[in-house]
Write a protein that binds this ligand. Structure first.
Ligand code: B12
Ligand code: SF4
Length: 441
């Protein structure tokens, strides 16, 4: 029977006044599938905040309390707008997406829906995939949780599943999935065309970096979408929403060189701009030349650290010379690129953090994206290296005990690793200053 389904991405950055780029891709994939089955689907991105600040890193620090305080403030306008949307949509089922940072916010959304009489609340997303027991437990408003890629487990929306936690199989043929149903986004007219250009063209990454949970989410065997289907979706998005700029969120877009060349050949004459994420050992001159000539205008690279010791601790399986070579290549093509770096991983010291800052000055990325390391569940570090006897580290100055997965970099009160607090501040300020100078130049 046809159902009314409201899928909600819970608020997080918006509570702190920040903006967030893009669209909730997972929910829009699900909406595509549900619509194809005949259901009526809407997607509410309650973190969308076009008027928010794209933050400098130091600004982020210290704002985390605003999120925590808002969680307990039932009359906050963001919660009220979610209630109003539920009231207006009158859904039979509400689906909530969880990443670890938004665990408490997602549970609050589920609670609001439950209290408003929604019959079925379903949860999914990266955090639920890794630890479903956080949403399926006594007293939780969540009725069912899907572990993994949910597109082939639609029974939770319109059937009677036998268990409350349902383990989904990995989707083997991504080309059989309907495109993301962007048209289901509530308020789509307010989105920038480039936000609607976020896409994922493959699932999985062969890497096993200790700070990352990709392997748990998608597995190591990478599944690729057909390039002609990817380009057809880009053309459709361009036609419908005027999108000229696309951002491919694949974990490592340049894994398969032949496929990258097929892609660049296919879009070369369309006049689109595009960006992607990749690893330092997955770039060479041949593909980069084609990428740039086909409109690639942003490459985000996992540099992570300027200390080989830390790269090894991370199991990054790259070395500093590979990073130097990739940087040299990118700079020689004058393509804008961003270096992702982090500070405070288990085993790292202030000397290593200094090495990273020096390394950035040496390799000269266009932008730096800096993060204070966070021990997310489902990662190698969380499993092996976090010394839980030091979990008191994660208590803030007022003694409140933050859940480890919420030990978020938005608050400097929570730090893992052996880098001094002063060095962490210096590191984040360094990134801000670097970007400021880079933008001026
Ligand atoms: C693009 C991206 C972003 C974009 C967000 C775009 C947007 N508007 O949402 C930006 C750059 C803003 C971003 C920021 C952050 N991100 Co991010 N991001 C990604 C990335 C690279 C791709 C996401 C994507 O395209 N997913 C594609 C869809 C298909 O996957 P999905 O959402 O997981 O959905 C599937 C299933 O999970 C499930 N599902 C999802 N929701 C639901 C709901 C229901 C009801 C059901 C049944 C099923 C279900 O079904 C879907 C289809 O199969 C992932 C890495 C990755 N490969 O997943 C990291 C990732 C999601 N990010 C992560 C993190 C940590 C963050 C930050 C906290 C980083 C930071 N420290 O600031 C912030 C938080 C931002 C926020 N939302 O508040 C982590 C989350 C880890 C975790 N344990 O939760 C990931 C997994 C990276 C990693 N490997 O560690 N991110
Ligand atoms: S950090 Fe990047 S390369 Fe490493 S496992 Fe995660 S997605 Fe793969």
């Amino acid at each position: 029977m046809k159902k009314k389904i409201l899928l909600i991405d819970p608020p997080f950055q918006k509570f702190m006044g920040f903006s967030k780029a893009g669209i909730p891709l997972g929910l829009l994939f699900l909406a595509g599938k549900l619509k194809k089955m005949g259901h009526e689907v809407e997607v509410l991105d309650s973190d969308y905040n076009p008027k928010g600040n794209p933050y400098p890193f130091m600004t982020k620090i210290g704002h985390y309390d605003e999120y925590l305080n808002s969680l307990n403030n039932g009359s906050h306008s963001i919660w009220e707008s979610i209630s109003s949307q539920i009231e207006e949509s009158k859904p039979d089922v509400v689906g909530v997406s969880f990443i670890s940072t938004k665990l408490r916010s997602g549970l609050r959304v589920a609670q609001i829906a439950k209290e408003m009489g929604v019959k079925r609340i379903v949860a999914g997303g990266p955090h639920v995939t890794i630890r479903p027991s956080d949403v399926i437990k006594e007293g939780s408003p969540v009725d069912y949780a899907i572990v993994g890629e949910a597109e082939e487990q639609m029974e939770v929306f319109d059937g009677t599943p036998k268990t409350r936690i349902i383990r989904a199989n990995r989707i083997q043929n991504l080309d059989l999935l309907p495109w993301m149903a962007r048209e289901s986004l509530i308020g789509i007219e307010n989105y920038k065309p480039s936000d609607l250009g976020f896409m994922m063209t493959s699932r999985g990454c062969p890497g096993s970096c200790n700070f990352c949970c990709s392997e748990k989410l998608w597995g190591k065997r990478v599944r690729f979408r057909n390039i002609s289907d990817v380009i057809a979706e880009m053309d459709d998005t361009n036609r419908r929403y005027g999108t000229q700029k696309f951002y491919l969120t694949d974990d490592t877009f340049t894994l398969n060189k032949k496929r990258v060349l097929e892609f660049t050949k296919g879009i070369r004459d369309k006049g689109y701009e595009w960006g992607c994420l990749t690893r330092v050992d997955r770039l060479n001159e041949v593909i980069l030349k084609q990428m740039v000539e086909s409109g690639c205008c942003m490459i985000k690279l996992g540099i992570e650290s300027g200390s080989q010791k830390v790269l090894d601790l991370m199991n990054k399986r790259t070395n500093l010379d590979q990073a130097r070579n990739a940087a040299k290549l990118l700079n020689s093509f004058s393509v804008p690129w961003m270096a992702y770096v982090m500070v405070g991983v288990p085993g790292e010291t202030s000397i290593d953090a200094d090495a990273t800052m020096r390394f950035i000055d040496e390799i000269k990325p266009t932008y730096v994206s800096a993060a204070i390391y966070t021990p997310y569940i489902g990662t190698g570090f969380y499993k092996n290296s976090i010394d839980f006897s030091r979990v008191s580290f994660l208590k803030d100055r007022e003694g409140r005990d933050h859940a480890i997965e919420e030990a978020n970099h938005h608050s400097l009160k929570v730090i893992a690793g052996d880098v001094s607090r002063e060095k962490i501040i210096e590191f984040m300020e360094f990134a801000d200053k670097y970007n400021l100078v880079s933008k001026k130049g």
